[in-house]
Design a protein around this ligand. Structure first.
Ligand SMILES: Cc1ncc(COP(=O)(O)O)c(C=O)c1O
Length: 365
């Protein structure tokens, strides 16, 4: 047995010889702010994932703030969201001055429960935010139908789900807006960065202004007239260059996450006392993390840790935070999911031998 702990998440960079020469040339080009590399990164990302309208941002959080604003969310509006996510999904709602309204989660996946969304809608609801938690697609057909029925914009937080699909569609294209994160430990990193996706290109000009102080690039600074609030949310050429090189290698990275995730699904299909996250049959997860579900989650975690394999719950349900105190309500689906949740290593660094060892420890436990 190896003495080095097998990590649950791991930063990936392309081989030095593939990244460093091009990075060096950009660093010393005199053009490190937003420019050609950013626009090329947008184009290549759009082609790679077949997502038509995209805009690179400084982070996934910035992209969430943009999506909420472009969706029309304003102070005192309500936004329905899931507590089972990383905090930025919900703190960005507070940036807009809106109130977070929790929908419960489906305990079989950890994703937002469509029926709970329906029950949470009021006259003040201005957006629905969903998260494909750990890379497992939400029950998108039902959620899209509810958003259409009530004419409420749908925002997909795809920070965990790069490369996942739903009914043949790339994740991030079913909602009115979507966001991706290229933060350090995601499937693909640009060190920090994000991408905003829009179903309708009519939002593009407003989105560009939102990401850069309320101005458009290319308009002389002495002539520009700022009419709406914008932020310093643009991506720069350095992060975009890293992204461009990462894109050349992303297919193999995603394949390995998916291969490991599918392997576990098969192994645990009939394993007593152990379950795993389930999606609609038309959904193809990209397994950023593998979501194991068991009444014995703590015992399994201890057994894996003792075997030098990291395993844990990765996020704290956001309703536990004081800042969301006023949104408090019973969330039995979340309680059940969180109690049974255990993430196990699943990414590109998990070898065939590692995954066999992980399954053996779990089955033995
Ligand atoms: C679900 C989710 N949404 C949004 C974000 C925000 O992304 P970023 O860190 O790029 O701002 C993250 C990651 O940090 C995340 O995990």
């Amino acid at each position: 047995m190896t003495s080095i702990m097998l990590p649950l998440v791991k930063v990936i960079f392309p081989p030095r010889e593939s990244l460093l020469p091009i990075l060096e040339s950009v660093l010393y080009s005199g053009q490190v702010a937003e420019g050609q590399q950013v626009y090329e990164f947008e184009e290549q990302f759009s082609k790679t994932f077949n997502i038509p309208h995209v805009l690179a941002m400084s982070s996934g959080t910035a992209a969430l703030h943009a999506a909420l604003t472009l969706a029309g969310v304003q102070p005192d509006d309500e936004v329905i969201s899931t507590p089972m996510t990383a905090e930025p999904t919900n703190t960005s709602i507070l940036y807009s001055g809106a109130t977070v309204v929790w929908a419960d989660v489906d305990p079989s996946s950890g994703n937002i429960d469509p029926e709970s969304i329906r029950k949470s809608i009021t006259a003040k609801t201005k957006a629905i935010v969903i998260v494909h938690y750990a890379g497992y697609p939400v029950r998108l057909a039902e959620v899209r139908a509810i958003a259409d029925e009530f004419a409420i914009p749908l925002i997909e937080d795809c920070a965990h789900a790069l490369g996942a699909t739903y009914d043949g569609k790339p994740i991030g294209t079913v909602g009115d807006f979507g966001i991706f994160s290229f933060q350090a430990i995601k499937h693909m990193t640009t060190v920090d960065g994000g991408m905003l996706t829009m179903a309708d290109a009519k939002h593009m000009t407003a989105a560009k202004k939102f990401r850069w102080f309320g101005m458009l690039k290319g308009v002389p600074r002495t002539e520009v007239d700022i009419q709406t609030i914008g932020y310093k949310y643009n991506m720069n050429n350095v992060n975009a260059t890293i992204g461009l090189v990462q894109l050349k290698h992303i297919a193999a990275v995603l394949d390995r996450h998916i291969s490991n995730g599918s392997y576990y699904d098969k192994q645990f299909q009939d394993a007593p006392g152990v379950g795993f996250a389930r999606c609609d049959s038309v959904a193809k997860p990209s397994y950023w993390l593998y979501t194991l579900l068991s009444d014995h989650a703590e015992d399994i975690e201890r057994a894996l840790n003792a075997a030098n394999i990291m395993a844990s719950k990765l996020h704290r349900p956001n309703n536990f935070h004081s800042i969301f105190r006023s949104a408090k309500k019973p969330l039995p689906g979340l309680d059940q999911f969180y109690r049974r949740l255990l993430h196990i290593p699943c990414g590109w660094w998990v070898s065939d031998e590692d995954r066999e060892r992980i399954v053996a420890v779990i089955k033995k436990g």
